[in-house]
Design a binder for this molecule. Structure first.
Ligand SMILES: Cc1ncc(COP(=O)(O)O)c(C=O)c1O
Length: 435
């Protein structure tokens, strides 16, 4: 039999040979090889409340909503769920209600584009902003690898902005904008996760949010606000989203239902209410431009998935705060347990230090050795515990003496067990790397 076509990786798009694009697979692959290991690595949501029956119930709730509230007959219900659909999505009205109820964001539903996860919303937004080789994205570092990876696919350079202690160093952002402009580049937008960022867990203060919006206005850039973790503060207090404070339409708000419904539904969205001016003077919403790109990527987001997400929203009065009541308690309990457990296992003064986020899934730990991929392998093989080397969140940086711990996938007693294993790993690895 003929050997068949053979392609050379170096003949394919350059991003595909970039180690950055292998980061997620590498981390999943390590986890796959050590199935018995406890995971302080996974950022996947808690599964304890998952029930397939809920999917059927949500689907029925959405159909009932279409019949009872929208006056659809059976033929229209069937078509809505089973046919190709509107490119911008079919549950934009319900997402707009959620945004108003939970996030203080009041926008025309027409400015919302439903996407296949937030990841597609990110990709479409970057695609639109990358006109030519002068266009660059700024991103608060360390940054979620999905952003830098998607940017690579689009040949969009990402310029890092220092996160500082507060979640964004505004002086550095200003400096980076000016430096890029001086080099003949166009910084189009700054990407950030204002609430409990991945991987730092940091949350921007209210004052920083206002100052960032002012700076964006002054410097004429957009802000890409990614918000998967905002529903999970440690206490009751949530801070207003950038979009809810955005009088000047500087913010493209990117949402994900992966952590509030479940990731398998693959529903995200972009709120893009910016005006786009055409040469003949006509104006569009940026959402319409994103939809034009989307029509050539995924045509439309799976209506069945949208229907499940729509039913979920309908069942909870369009409040994801309400829908996540129980799981929020799990995350709060686990995060407290992790931070308290670190203090017990590494009493001050210690070579091991960490930050104390006000919510979300993640804590950054500084350790007295390089947290390399090899150290992770050793930790998994010898101590049965997984964590994430922080260097994966820095584009092209070699190993750092920092790592990310995540609390989202564990039961409460597993947090303690995982921390015992982690402490044993740290002590053993420190000794062996000092030797
Ligand atoms: C900061 C951030 N943005 C986006 C995503 C991807 O979201 P989605 O599952 O909706 O594509 C993740 C996933 O972990 C994330 O951490």
């Amino acid at each position: 039999m003929a050997a068949g076509a053979e392609l050379d990786l170096s003949d394919l798009h350059g991003s595909l040979a970039d180690p950055l694009l292998s980061a997620m697979n590498f981390l999943n692959e390590v986890a796959g090889r050590y199935p018995e290991a406890l995971s302080l690595a996974a950022g996947t949501p808690y599964e304890g409340f998952y029930d397939v029956e809920d999917v059927h119930r949500a689907l029925r709730a959405y159909c009932a909503h279409l019949r009872d509230k929208r006056g659809f007959d059976e033929r229209r219900v069937r078509r809505r769920l089973l046919q190709y659909g509107r490119t911008k999505g079919i549950i934009h009205d319900l997402i707009a209600q959620y945004l108003s109820v939970d996030e203080g964001i009041d926008v025309d539903p027409e400015s919302i584009v439903l996407t296949t996860g937030c990841q597609e919303a990110l990709l479409l937004t970057m695609r639109a902003l990358r006109r030519d080789e002068r266009d660059v994205l700024l991103a608060v570092n360390p940054v979620y690898v999905g952003v830098t990876g998607a940017a690579r696919l689009l040949d969009m350079p990402v310029h890092p902005v220092d996160g500082g202690a507060d979640g964004i160093d505004l002086a550095d952002l200003r400096r980076r904008i000016h430096r890029a402009r001086a080099a003949g580049l166009r910084p189009r937008a700054c990407y950030l996760v204002p609430d409990f960022a991945n991987p730092t867990g940091l949350r921007l203060s209210l004052a920083s949010r206002h100052a960032l919006l002012e700076l964006a206005d002054r410097e004429d850039i957009l802000l890409l606000e990614d918000n998967p973790y905002g529903l999970f503060p440690l206490g009751e207090g949530r801070l207003p989203t950038l979009k809810s404070l955005d009088a000047g339409r500087r913010v493209v708000h990117l949402g994900s239902l992966s952590k509030s419904v479940f990731p398998g539904v693959r529903i995200g969205f972009a709120v893009a209410d910016q005006q786009v001016l055409q040469a003949d003077g006509d104006r569009f919403l940026l959402a319409d431009v994103l939809a034009k790109a989307k029509s050539m990527v995924t045509v439309n987001t799976a209506p069945l998935s949208q229907a499940v997400a729509g039913g979920w929203l309908v069942e909870h009065g369009c409040s994801l705060v309400r829908a996540t009541h129980d799981v929020r308690k799990v995350y709060q309990r686990n995060l407290r347990r992790l931070v308290d457990g670190l203090a017990v296992r590494f009493p001050a003064p210690s070579h091991v230090t960490w930050n104390t986020p006000e919510g979300g899934f993640f804590v950054v730990v500084d350790v007295p050795f390089e947290a390399t991929d090899a150290a992770l392998e050793y930790s998994a093989a010898t101590h049965g515990v997984l964590w994430t080397p922080l260097h994966h969140f820095y584009d092209g940086r070699p190993a750092l003496r920092s790592l990310r711990l995540s609390i989202s996938g564990l039961e409460a007693d597993e947090v303690d067990d995982a921390l015992d294993r982690f402490a044993a790993f740290v002590h053993a690895y420190r000794r062996s790397s000092a030797a």
